[in-house]
Ligand binder design. Structure first.
Ligand SMILES: Nc1ncnc2c1ncn2[C@@H]1O[C@H](COP(=O)(O)OP(=O)(O)OP(=O)(O)O)[C@@H](O)[C@H]1O
Length: 477
């Protein structure tokens, strides 16, 4: 199975493993036909060849990385050795996965062993954490029992929908039943959910639990994706704790699974309380972001110059796909309205839009119908769109006001930064991130990000557009 036009998983004819791809005799047989009709349509053939070549290149570099012991994609094992049911192995191979990543290899045996043990797992963005917890949910569910058995919480409806697409793809050869706990999905008068796996956001999940639409008496797995965010008192902490209170812990024994690319110190202790006696897989600070994302910054004179530079970048933004992050919804709306009025094609997505519109916008972006998405932190975490090769921090991410030392000392939100740039460079692919810096304060904030992540952020000259473009194109290759 491979991702369809919606970016979700649907059946594909046959996945060609990287090693076999080279042996394919004719990547594009049509290219050989020399009749008039074909001769008149060289563009399509050329595009096909390009697509095939680029898929091939990704497969080859992926195979290299999965064989490099220092890569987060490395593994010595096969999926067969991880103790998965035959039906789930079929699902995994149908998705085109051939080898586990490091987090999958390390976490799955711990997650699947009995008696069930809690897990706090950390691994860089785009390294396959979703498969680790989805396979655990699917492994622990009794498909003959028509009752909820696994709950999974994510910070946004977009991420909940994406996780569900993975549950459905990996569970394709099982009889799993699923349901969403996201806004405007179930009718208000729904009385009972019989689905075994429920994926949602904490507000709606609480509402369904409170109204007893979800019976918790057989829940055995409780997953928090983006767990540091889900437990943070400045984020969704209160709502997540409320959900947990509804779920019995002792009978059946509850396995609590927390995953994220980041676990800042201030939530680490609470995470250990929330998932007691957990197996832990942790990253060192300098390992937090992946090396395949090249990081840059651009000096802008002021706010208006930021906009001008963004417009100058437009052609580059549309080479693959790109996500532009703003601190506020109004900024996202303002710049997207202005760019649209000037004839550019951009979409904007944030939490103030209604559910149907949000679904349409992200689906169009997944399908590649929109190339440039202007947004807020709402999709900073978890969203997996492989074609995104550029992320722009139009505004650097900043801590909530209550974490400011003084009103004039606004600290950068380093965790959100790591997640934002992680929307590109997924599973070994290349990507670039660009930060706009326009005054002393933003300059200092960027330096703090550099210090705390231990990764160099390179300057890109904005005076000479050609040089700027050339440098960025090179970094994207
Ligand atoms: N073993 C594998 N082989 C090939 N591709 C994989 C494998 N595991 C995961 N992937 C793909 O890698 C991409 C990233 O995976 P995923 O979204 O689970 O990352 P993540 O670690 O959860 O990232 P984030 O921290 O951003 O949420 C997805 O497109 C997924 O299908």
């Amino acid at each position: 199975m491979e991702k369809d036009a919606d970016g979700f998983y649907t059946p594909a004819p046959v996945a060609v493993p990287a090693a076999e791809a080279e042996a394919q005799p004719e990547a594009n047989p049509e290219a050989k036909l020399e009749d008039e009709e074909k001769a008149e349509a060289p563009t399509e053939s050329a595009v096909n060849t390009d697509l095939i070549n680029s898929t091939f290149e990704v497969s080859v570099t992926l195979a290299d990385q999965q064989a490099d012991s220092s890569s987060p994609l490395y593994s010595v094992k096969t999926f067969e050795e991880l103790g998965l049911h035959q039906d789930l192995l079929k699902g995994i191979y149908d998705m085109g996965f051939s080898k586990p990543s490091k987090i999958q290899e390390r976490a799955l045996p711990l997650l699947l062993s009995n008696p069930p043990t809690n897990m706090i797992g950390q691994s860089q963005s785009g390294t396959g954490k979703t498969a680790a917890f989805v396979l655990t949910m699917l492994s622990r569910v009794d498909f003959d029992l028509n009752k909820p058995q696994a709950l999974c919480l994510a910070p946004s409806r977009e991420l909940a929908r994406q996780i569900m697409s993975v549950v459905i793809a990996m569970g394709k050869f099982t009889s799993v039943q699923t349901e969403y706990a996201i806004k405007e999905n179930l009718p208000r008068n729904a009385t009972r959910i019989t689905a075994q796996i429920i994926v949602g956001t904490p507000g709606t999940m609480t509402d369904l639990l409170r109204r007893k639409v979800i019976d918790t008496s057989d829940i055995r797995v409780f997953v928090l994706d983006e767990a540091d965010n889900m437990l943070d008192q400045d984020g969704l902490g209160d709502q997540t704790i409320r959900v947990k209170k509804y779920v019995p812990v002792i009978e059946p024994p509850l396995q609590t699974i927390l995953f994220s690319a980041t676990f800042p110190d201030h939530v680490r202790a609470f995470a250990s309380k929330f998932a007691p006696n957990a197996n832990k897989i942790e990253l060192q600070r300098e390992e937090l972001s992946v090396d395949s994302i090249r990081q840059f910054y651009m000096d802008c004179r002021d706010e208006e110059h930021k906009y001008d530079i963004l417009v100058t970048l437009y052609t580059l933004l549309t080479i693959g796909q790109s996500i532009i992050f703003c601190q506020h919804r109004r900024t996202a709306d303002r710049i997207s309205a202005r760019m649209t009025a000037e004839g550019h094609h951009v979409a904007s997505l944030h939490g103030a839009k209604d559910a149907t519109e949000r679904d349409q916008i992200i689906d169009r972006f997944r399908e590649g119908k929109e190339k440039v998405l202007i947004t807020t932190n709402v999709i900073a975490r978890g969203i997996d769109i492989l074609q995104v090769n550029m992320v722009v921090n139009y505004d650097l991410p900043l801590m909530n006001e209550r974490n400011h030392f003084r009103p004039d000392d606004v600290r950068p939100d380093v965790e959100t930064y790591i997640h934002r740039i992680g929307r590109t460079g997924r599973f070994g692919r290349k990507g670039i991130s660009v930060n706009f810096v326009h005054d002393r304060k933003t300059w200092q904030q960027m330096q703090q990000i550099e210090e705390q992540t231990g990764k160099k952020i390179m300057r890109i000259e904005t005076n000479d557009i050609d040089v700027m473009e050339e440098k960025m194109r090179k970094a994207m290759k």
